[in-house]
Design a protein around this ligand. Structure first.
Ligand code: SAH
Length: 213
């Protein structure tokens, strides 16, 4: 768990790279420059941790590419104190980003190994989600709903109705939809039964799986 000046330098560089790719949200860029991504990866990847790439983590999953994390986070337009639900805790890197943006974070992971590892790991860095759930993201967390923002960090074959239902009026869901590649979708809840949909560019995530192992 060592974090050195060299790591800090690499992180500053990564924030620049992400900014050059089009991210403008200052809080998001500051978080990229702050979160020690090398500690979220297996030590064999340490030398690459500050490249703008996805890498394998436990259970055949991946830690998302920093640009993608920044892109989704910027789309969420988080205000301090907002309730945010994340589907796909994975390594916890995106969770850390949400916490840096001062959200109250609820997060769900379906791979038990990853869930257990990340639940122990995040508090060691001082990152404390409000609630971490081992469960199925397709169901959301009805007992904690409604949420101001919901972010899905796996490729969803379709938009789960439960997630739309758990948004506050005015709330926003950011979700990559598709099979092998996805299109980033934004759903804004404009009324009890009305949503505004926006489609952005293509992206690539590991699949959002329906059945438990
Ligand atoms: N935000 C993570 C991304 C991990 S990859 C990070 O940056 O590290 C996507 C994650 O979604 C994986 O950990 C995968 O296990 C999880 N996942 C896939 N389907 C899911 C589901 N139905 N419910 C909850 N998590 C799911």
């Amino acid at each position: 768990m060592k974090d050195t000046l060299k790591h800090q330098g690499l992180r500053n560089q990564l924030a620049k790279v992400v900014a050059e790719k089009g991210i403008t949200d200052k809080n998001v860029l500051a978080a990229i420059a702050k979160i020690p991504r090398h500690l979220f990866l297996d030590s064999s990847f340490e030398d690459f941790a500050y490249q703008d790439k996805a890498f394998p983590i436990l259970a055949d999953q991946t830690i998302s590419q920093p640009y993608t994390v920044a892109f989704q986070s910027q789309l969420l337009e988080i205000q301090a104190g907002q309730k945010v639900l994340e589907i796909g805790t994975g390594s916890g890197y995106q969770t850390a980003m949400l916490l840096e943006l001062k959200a109250e974070v609820y997060t769900i992971e379906r791979q038990n190994e990853l869930f257990k590892k990340t639940k122990l790991f995040l508090p060691k860095l001082g990152y404390r989600p409000k609630y971490m759930s081992f469960g199925d993201g397709y169901k959301g967390l009805p007992e904690y709903a409604p949420f101001d923002k919901i972010i899905v960090t796996a490729g969803a074959p379709y938009v789960p109705k439960a997630l739309l239902a758990q948004l506050n009026i005015g709330g926003v869901l950011v979700i990559p939809v598709g099979d092998t590649t996805q299109i980033m979708h934004i759903y804004k809840r404009t009324g009890v039964k009305s949503f505004e949909k926006q489609e952005l560019g293509e992206c690539k995530f590991v699949p959002m799986l329906e059945k438990k192992n």
